[in-house]
Ligand binder design. Structure first.
Ligand code: ZN
Length: 643
């Protein structure tokens, strides 16, 4: 399987591999197959949620693409193709990340020319053609999908389709009243409906089998029913049944019951999410966008997380922080590592690398949550990064490049495991001290602490003894990568003249810069200049580890004591200001590499293989060769909603 598929605009398309899929039982494979079909059936729901014109525009663009008789090599048609690919990627006409409407590389007149040379006889919305052309090409219309500019009415400024004719104040009042009436453990009111005002009356149009989006939801139910007999255990069967009931009734209490069963099911290898889940697409954070992800456990990776979790007390006891700030009894957080087998809705093609659900706060508190790392997706990112020239451009030596290629992937995963499973859970607060005492510096300080915990232990012989690393080179690869990113390559994501704002970026520079400065006298790390380019060289890895330990002890003290003054000074001194000259140099070097900043994934195609008796004998994985073909096939095979 080749990871890289293609590049257009600011996007690259990759593939993910279904690692060890052959080793699953036939029952598990079929379970994945049917859940995978259910994952693809809600695609149109998301398109309509994102904007009310999206489905009609998609049909128009695909009709032109398939029937255009003019010169397909012409500049105009090439521009049109890039636009269509970007719209597919974003599940609509707005950029998936910036939320701004995508600017087509052609005018309204150009689009009319394309239409004139295409066959639109089967296009069902001919009477709206002028309006659709206007929406595509006039930047002032439907300008931003989600606006968070709180100076005006958020709903008026946002082009998403979760509300129609309702003001922000009306929507907020509507749901506030429901919440107050329901009291404790209230369901997530508004999660699965559109709120509209008609004839002066505000009403909810609920997304359910016999309601809005019914045609797509009925299909989802059909495939969930087919998946049911292949579930691995009773609890899985139970939560699938509850999910079906919820889709049939639209009753949010049933969704909560489903979520509780789902979060309690930990034994199966196969798992999935299917529903109205994340609320980022709604400026009010109420409405859930439809998404699905079907996955199975990575046994190796999960073993790694479990080993660390089981030894949590050892790590706590041996950490370099003062004894008074250590936990007497540590509970390791158990997280699982998974491979995705199918992505749908808001997870496709742009994919998260980790998930933590359910979102309902009261369920999390009472029943906990499932936290996962998606290993085959991070693996694709890693493999793709090996070929893009980034490492060769910014690593100081061939030795460093080699170390990154051999150990970098494991090093990065171990760092994440140590950070998530142990780092955040370590240490304790002094009586009366609260996280809020560190005010706006809290999240940077907390990420700094978890990262330092990971860095301190990633070069510890204990990892060798636990069988988690093949050699100490793994830890060295992580140190190389961490400093290189913290002081150099993360600057590629900052615009010229700007400082660091995001807390993870701040914490990474803070650690790297602090360690650099405090090790300078001993020559632990130094800058190397060659042909006007700056590189970092680590000369003493053990000494660097001691510096990380020293800073960890101090950062833990600040958190445990709530020392706001020391925390603010640390962050402001090392984590905020960007070295302008270095920044300009790094941006220049990055530009030459021509790397697309955003990535998404093609799904594999799963096929049922039957024997002579017409029984299913196997499920085969085929890696899709082509992005355009997959998008067109999805529109045909899963196009259940019309504009
Ligand atoms: Zn963290």
């Amino acid at each position: 399987m080749k990871v890289f598929a293609e590049k257009f605009g600011d996007i690259k398309i990759l593939r993910y591999e279904l690692t060890d899929f052959e080793q699953l039982s036939l029952q598990q494979k079929q379970y994945i197959y049917y859940l995978g079909q259910a994952a693809l059936c809600g695609r149109d729901i998301l398109w309509d949620q994102n904007n009310r014109y999206n489905l009609r525009i998609r049909t128009l663009l695909e009709t032109i693409y398939q029937s255009y008789t003019g010169d397909r090599q012409s500049d105009l048609f090439q521009q049109f193709q890039v636009y269509l690919k970007r719209v597919w990627f974003s599940n609509g006409i707005h950029h998936h990340y910036s939320m701004d409407k995508i600017r087509p590389g052609f005018s309204a007149g150009d689009l009319q020319k394309l239409i004139n040379a295409s066959n639109l006889s089967g296009f069902p919305f001919l009477h709206e053609l002028d309006e659709l052309i206007e929406v595509i090409t006039n930047p002032a219309l439907e300008a931003k999908r989600v606006s968070l500019d709180s100076s005006g009415d958020l709903l008026e400024a946002s082009a998403m389709n979760y509300y129609q004719g309702v003001s922000q104040a009306e929507a907020e009042a509507f749901y506030k009243a429901k919440k107050q009436a329901a009291g404790e453990n209230a369901p997530s009111f508004g999660l699965n409906s559109q709120l509209i005002k008609e004839n002066g009356e505000i009403n909810e149009k609920v997304w359910k089998a016999d309601g809005r989006y019914g045609k797509a939801i009925q299909q989802i139910i059909i495939w969930l029913e087919k998946a049911l007999p292949f579930a691995e255990n009773e609890l899985q069967q139970q939560h699938i049944r509850q999910l079906i009931t919820y889709y049939q009734t639209g009753n949010l209490k049933q969704f909560d019951e489903y979520s509780i069963s789902w979060v309690n099911e930990l034994d199966g290898l196969v798992d999935f999410v299917n529903g109205f889940i994340e609320v980022y697409g709604d400026p009010l954070g109420i409405k859930g966008s439809w998404e699905s992800i079907v996955n199975y456990k990575d046994l190796e990776g999960t073993k790694r997380a479990t080993t660390l979790s089981e030894n949590a007390q050892w790590f706590e006891t041996h950490s370099p922080v003062a004894d008074s700030f250590k936990k007497k009894e540590v509970k390791g957080v158990s997280a699982k590592v998974i491979h995705v087998a199918m992505l749908g809705g808001d997870c496709y093609p742009h994919t998260p690398i980790g998930i933590n659900l359910p979102n309902a706060e009261w369920i999390r508190e009472e029943y906990g949550s499932k936290s996962v790392t998606i290993e085959n997706v991070t693996k694709s990112y890693f493999l793709d990064s090996l070929g893009n020239g980034m490492l060769e451009e910014f690593a100081e030596s061939a030795e460093e490049v080699e170390r990154a290629k051999t150990y970098g992937y494991l090093a990065g995963n171990l760092h994440t495991d140590l950070h998530e499973c142990l780092g955040h859970g370590s240490g304790k607060m002094m009586p009366g001290v609260k996280p809020e005492d560190l005010k706006n510096y809290y999240s940077t300080m907390e990420e700094t602490r978890a990262d330092l915990f990971a860095l301190y232990y990633v070069l510890d012989e204990k990892l060798l003894a636990l069988g988690l690393v093949p050699s100490m080179e793994t830890g060295k690869a992580e140190y190389d990568a961490y400093l290189r990113n913290g002081l150099i390559t993360q600057l590629t994501r900052i615009e010229p003249g700007k400082d660091l704002e995001e807390s993870h970026m701040r914490n990474r520079q803070l650690i790297a810069k602090w360690a650099f400065e405090h090790g300078q006298a001993d020559g632990v790390v130094s800058w190397v200049k060659r042909e006007g380019k700056s590189y970092l060289k680590i000369k003493d890895y053990q000494k660097l580890r001691e510096l990380f330990g020293e800073l960890l002890a101090e950062v833990q003290r600040m958190k445990s004591e709530g020392d706001l003054q020391a925390a603010s000074q640390l962050v402001e001194t090392y984590g905020v200001k960007v070295d302008k000259k270095l920044h300009a140099e790094v941006l220049e070097r990055f530009k030459k590499l021509d790397i697309a900043p955003y990535a998404g994934f093609l799904n594999p195609e799963l096929r049922l293989i039957k024997n002579d008796n017409n029984d299913v004998a196997d499920v085969e994985v085929h890696y899709a060769p082509d992005y355009t073909a997959q998008m067109l096939a999805y529109s045909t095979d899963y196009g259940f909603l019309k504009g």
